[in-house]
Design a protein around this ligand. Structure first.
Ligand SMILES: [Fe+2]
Length: 541
């Protein structure tokens, strides 16, 4: 989703160790404090498997080896994983070479671990020792898991505020992982229309490999994000701003080929920097992937930017065109097959853009069909935001039909992008819901960590203009059970055999790094129902 008002719609409104490999025993057991100059960007983990987890850090071996500089020595970084925070029992260790070719980032797949186990890890370069990170492996494939808890976040824009929402999740201490659903960084210039809470680095819109690396480095320098990364593994996918606003396979709204060069080049360098700086499992350029959490849940993380057709305009009948795609054919087949054959009860789908229809007016196809034909409007209604699944109706129809035709139950879409909070049933046919069309899935949309939404954009006080819009949206889209357009923060998802519950926590003030977060609302999908319902209390921390 875009950041500024003038676009699209109101609603979206130590270098010396090269070649030297030291055994784990060489690490001093007392060195647990972070050595800031060398490990200035913290530690992170991600994509937990039952026997493995990715470990990440970035080293600055010499003062000139700054992010994006392309200079500095090739070095050997040691890593170790322990069962205890004092590193008395080291269970895995090794070394990895890094250098300017990968911006001195380190990404290690620590294997041979036990399932559903908390581990501690750290890195060392010469005498410098990183901060200690904590991570957790996934349960075994056939484990009868009774509970999973995930932080759910998206849209963290540095100039728009502070990442107190990340601090909140780090302090909870009960999360198995954090799902980041996209817009982990933003590509925009730093002044934020003169209203930046804090500036972007570099100060210009990022275009080159050096730019993207510097921007990732700035985000990894944020104290709250560093703390969260060091506390819990991330499972992340990208949305548009990891490259450029409203990205599609061949371009982006915020990319001008004439002055900003070739889009394919920009996309490639943005992806390279992402893979260097993020603890994600990628096979070449492929980021969509599936993670399993015992018999309880399976998580399919989608890539809805790399393969999609160009967006159509609001009210454009081309949203129906079966030749247009959001997922690309290969990813769609992978997703459908995974959902139909899953051995897990809950099918969680991380989708960077909203699945549930959001359309005005909600005319039945009987009424809208002829009108659509006459006016060239999409048959499923006039979508407000064709950047989300609404703009790719054929792909959505196909996916929802697959769920319905195969009796797939307990599919929950987990979504970001639109800087606001939503809980929805996902009917196969929104125009006929609820009398003639059953809900085939549910969707929880987390709000933004900081990125602007309605009240920020139009300058209206919170809970004024947006309340009118929320009321209208819910009156006209009966499958949408919760819509809150003002607040920023983080969500927590709990999954048990009985249900999946999302809690929304909101920031008091996103410009305040010490801002508190308070619980606002909770919605729950009881197993087998494919419907969301409001519940009165959040899950106990
Ligand atoms: Fe966003």
């Amino acid at each position: 989703m875009e950041q500024t008002y003038d676009r699209r719609s109101v609603l979206r409104a130590g270098a010396a160790t090269a070649g030297v490999v030291l055994g784990a025993a060489a690490l001093p057991a007392t060195a647990t404090a972070a050595d800031e100059p060398v490990f200035a960007h913290g530690v992170a983990s991600g994509d937990p498997l039952p026997d493995a987890v990715l470990l990440w850090t970035r080293v600055t071996p010499t003062p000139d080896a700054t992010p994006g500089s392309g200079v500095g020595p090739t070095v050997n970084v040691l890593w170790e994983v322990a069962a205890d925070p004092a590193f008395a029992t080291i269970v895995a260790s090794g070394s990895v070479t890094t250098g300017p070719g990968r911006d001195h980032t380190v990404k290690v797949d620590a294997t041979g671990l036990n399932p559903a186990t908390t581990y501690h890890y750290r890195f060392r370069l010469d005498g410098a020792v990183s901060a200690t990170g904590t991570t957790r492996t996934a349960p075994g494939l056939s484990a009868a898991v009774t509970r999973l808890r995930f932080g759910v976040v998206s849209c963290s824009n540095v100039p728009a505020g502070h990442f107190a929402a990340y601090r909140y999740l780090a302090e909870r201490g009960d999360l198995d992982a954090v799902l980041h659903l996209g817009d982990y960084i933003y590509e925009y210039a730093g002044d934020f229309n003169g209203e930046a809470v804090r500036p972007h680095d570099p100060p210009h819109e990022i275009l080159t490999l050096a730019d993207y690396r510097r921007r990732h480095a700035q985000y990894k320098s944020d104290e709250h994000l560093r703390r969260l990364h060091a506390t819990v593994p991330f499972i992340a996918t990208w949305d548009d701003h990891e490259v450029a606003n409203d990205a599609w396979s061949g371009g982006a709204e915020n990319h001008t080929p004439g002055t900003e060069g070739d889009y394919a080049t920009r996309k490639a360098v943005a992806h390279q920097a992402y893979f260097e700086w993020m603890p994600v499992r990628n096979e070449a350029d492929r980021i969509y992937r599936r993670l399993r959490f015992g018999l309880l849940a399976e998580l399919s993380m989608l890539d809805l930017r790399s393969y999609r057709s160009q967006q159509v305009g609001v009210g454009d009948g081309a949203a129906d065109d079966p030749n247009r795609t959001l997922t690309g054919a290969e990813q769609m087949a992978w997703l459908e097959n995974g959902l139909v054959t899953s051995g897990a009860q809950w099918k969680l789908v991380g989708t960077s853009v909203m699945v549930a229809p959001l359309q005005l007016p909600p005319l039945s196809p009987d009424l809208l069909g002829p009108l659509a034909e006459l006016l060239g409007l999409p048959s499923e209604g006039i979508s407000i935001n064709p950047d989300q699944w609404d703009g790719y109706a054929a792909d959505r129809r196909r996916l929802l039909a697959t769920l319905a035709n195969n009796g797939v139950r307990d599919t929950v879409f987990l979504t970001g992008d639109i800087h606001s909070s939503w809980a929805s049933d996902v009917p196969r046919d929104a125009g006929l819901y609820p009398l003639l069309s059953k809900s085939v899935a549910t969707e929880f949309v987390c709000t933004s960590v900081t990125s602007d939404n309605i009240d920020d954009i139009v300058g209206a006080p919170p809970r004024t203009t947006s309340v009118l819009l929320e009321t209208a949206v819910q009156a006209l889209n009966r499958h949408i059970r919760y819509c809150e357009l003002d607040s920023h923060g983080a969500s927590v998802l709990e999954v048990t055999p009985a249900g999946a519950q999302m809690d929304w926590y909101y920031l008091a003030n996103k410009a305040d790094p010490a801002s508190a977060l308070t619980w606002a609302r909770s919605f729950r999908t009881r197993a087998g129902t494919q419907q969301v319902r409001s519940v009165g209390t959040p899950i106990a921390p």
